[in-house]
Design a binder for this molecule. Sequence first.
Ligand SMILES: Nc1ncnc2c1ncn2[C@@H]1O[C@H](COP(=O)(O)OP(=O)(O)OP(=O)(O)O)[C@@H](O)[C@H]1O
Ligand SMILES: [Mg+2]
Length: 471
Amino acid sequence: MNAETGKDTRILIVEDDHGLAELLQDEVEDAGMAARLAHTAEDGLATAVTWLPDIIVSDLRLPGADGLALLGKVRTEMPKNTPDVLIITAFGTVPKAVESLKAGAEDFLTKPLDLEHFRLSLERILEKRRMREQLGRIKRLVEADSAFHGMYGRSPAMLHLFGQLRQIARAGGPVLIVGESGTGKELVARAVHEESGCAAGPFLAVNCAGIPEHLLESEFFGHEAGAFTGAGKSRQGLFAEAEGGTLFLDEISEMSPPLQAKLLRMLQDGNIRPVGSNRERQVNVRVVAATNRDIEERVRAGDFREDLFYRLETFQLHVPPLRERDDDIDLLSGIFLAQYAAAADKPIEGFSLAACELLRRHSFSGNVRELRNAIERAVVFCHMREIRPEHLPARIREGVRHGRASAGSLLQNGLRVSDESLPTLEEVERRYIRHVMTSVQGNKRAAAAILGIGRRTLYRRLEEMGEAKKC
Ligand SMILES: Nc1ncnc2c1ncn2[C@@H]1O[C@H](COP(=O)(O)OP(=O)(O)OP(=O)(O)O)[C@@H](O)[C@H]1O
Ligand SMILES: [Mg+2]
């Protein structure tokens, strides 16, 4: 069945027909889940309150209290760990089964039971359950405001970064933030400001690549009236405006050499000199710089002053790329989904397993920004209760995660092809299917999404390979 199913998934079967009950038990256990049997509603309830099943499969007609009564009892007596209920009913009692849906059952199946329908129904209920839990977790996170200054992260790499950030922010001194584009450097810079002793002061952000060269010096350090053509009135400059707070210098590697010299001066003794003035002035400003380029390469190439680099990099924060933090992909997808769905007033509850797998496997060269944009788009196109692969951008839908399942790595690691023994196309296909099945831990839905084939085709291929039961 799906990735969430397994020994931890519990199915309670309440059925007075012992033969059918055992058949269903075999079916559930074959799918790798735990099953227990009860033959009356009373026994069923007694087992449910102690064993806490995920799903109760109950016959509608039982000796004594019926399935509908069991459903009602379960809902009142198990308000916290309420199992979902799947009703089984004889053909003649369909109206009663519909009544059970109204009373909160998840689904009903009619006898004689089609085992394929039974499996699919369980799978669907479990997936819905998983989505509900996922959404519940995210809601709790958002409500608990568990963000670190607007940043969400639970991967070890981000938790380490938050810890380092706290210490560095309180220590004072300049900070250099490095990381690929879209990893959240600006959020990190704001967090440094908010965690520091100058949080009450202003936070000013400036993009060093965005200011015309001839205006840079006056922009940063201010100028005296008449200092140059067009300088009618005097101007304070960004350093003076950020007094008592933080000046965030984004894309620091783009700063021109003359300005680098002035910045170094300011960092060394806290003095600035406005253009056209012969007097220096002391400022108290925390400098936080960021770059998404390899700044050391710029130093080696002579484009960035080595002494300034060493002054800045004493306190360096590295924001890891999103592809190195799988836990955060899940978390951030959920957070962004909750935010965009609420803004668009759409009742989207979560991601289908296949969509989750695709997100986990994508390389996200644009990092969190790319993920955020993808979810925003998915919410626009989704008119269902879950985000499915077709709602995701083609790059994510079709992309295969670098290294993990790329053709190259497969050839090197998965297939171990050598010149002496080149396999046939059929053999390659078999090995590839096996490789993908292993890499998704037997989750057929996810494997089918990666292989780009329907689930039924995958089942058929696995059967032909004699592996249907194994995985
Ligand atoms: N941990 C996070 N939690 C929530 N949102 C995040 C997180 N990290 C980044 N974001 C969001 O991702 C987007 C990109 O972040 P940001 O602008 O800080 O990246 P950047 O590293 O400065 O990128 P660039 O190098 O392109 O300037 C923003 O919308 C930001 O709010
Ligand atoms: Mg930025």
